[in-house]
Unconditional design. Structure first.
Length: 313
């Protein structure tokens, strides 16, 4: 009996240590640490599967996920995500040994009880983030070096100057892409990991646009004919700015997707869905019905390929 208890304690400690590592993006670490960090986030929101592809679980009461980013100087911030849709809600650090939290102005503020709450003057939309960061996504770039510099710059400081407010917005702008978007899109994660050691990675056209295409792609799939063809052409932008129109043949040739994540609600300021209001809104029941329809109407192989293209095409 003692051996069983001891074994259970060892396993529990081991799991705790593994999670303690995986829930922290160590900015002085390597691509494996970053990959494990993104995988940890996916694992925390994973629900049921469709054709073996994990999807975000239905909304839960415990809606918040806090992960950590640690700079090369040992400064650690907490990044607050909504577990139901992977929206970034804000971040936390310490000032004078007291925890404080900064939330987007449209976000809930109860994720970190006990922290001093600060409301930012903007939402988490790319438009407002770029406006406050005084730079666009392409010019700001993507890299752990950029995140490390900005984190060290704003950590534990009173954000009272225009320069610090700009750095804070830049930090959030790059983190939204390298954490939330990378967790949703395997393609974005791979682009970052492929050039993980560079100090400045210019996001290609596909990275810049794929986060805005969810509604268009989903609308096309929902309205697809029973034979698998789209009602209308679906032009998408490739990495080099080339426009391509995926059809059945290109879907079959699509690279395998690691995972697909679908929002449980549509939020107008989301970093995931920034399209004008439409009649189509994604919700868990709607998406489940849609996937069931795919399974019923289309050949299994084609349905799987169709799902894969959402992330990787």
């Amino acid at each position: 009996m003692r051996k069983v208890v001891l074994l259970a304690m060892i396993i529990s400690t081991w799991v705790t240590l593994i999670h303690a590592v995986d829930d922290t993006w160590v900015l002085s670490g390597d691509a494996n640490n970053y990959g494990n960090f993104i995988a940890y986030i996916r694992g925390q929101v994973k629900g049921t599967t469709c054709f073996g592809i994990p999807m975000i679980r239905p909304p839960t009461r415990s809606a918040y996920l806090v992960v950590r980013l640690q700079s090369s100087a040992g400064k650690t911030v907490g990044l607050v995500l909504n577990k139901n849709d992977l929206y970034v809600l804000g971040y936390s650090d310490t000032l004078n040994s007291k925890e404080r939290a900064f939330y987007f102005k449209d976000a809930p503020t109860d994720a970190l009880p006990g922290a001093t709450v600060n409301i930012l003057g903007y939402t988490g939309s790319y438009q407002q983030l770029q406006s406050n960061a005084k730079i666009n996504r392409k010019s700001l770039g993507l890299s752990k070096t950029i995140v490390n510099r900005l984190l060290n710059n704003i950590f534990g400081k009173a954000i009272t100057t225009d320069a610090l407010r700009k750095s804070q917005a830049q930090f959030l702008l790059v983190v939204v892409q390298m954490v939330a978007e990378a967790a949703r899109f395997k393609y974005i994660e791979n682009v970052i990991k492929d050039d993980y050691t560079v100090d400045f990675l210019t996001p290609n056209d596909k990275v810049l646009t794929i986060v805005n295409e969810w509604a268009k792609i989903t609308t096309a799939i929902v309205n697809a004919k029973s034979n698998g063809s789209f009602q209308n052409a679906l032009p998408l932008m490739g990495p080099n700015g080339n426009i391509y129109t995926p059809g059945l043949s290109s879907l079959k040739k699509a690279r395998a997707a690691h995972v697909i994540y679908c929002p449980t609600t549509v939020h107008p300021s989301s970093s995931f869905l920034r399209q004008p209001p439409r009649k189509l809104y994604l919700s868990t029941p709607f998406l489940a019905s849609f996937l069931i329809c795919l399974h019923d109407l289309l050949p299994l192989a084609f349905a799987v390929s169709l799902l894969k293209v959402l992330v990787m095409a």
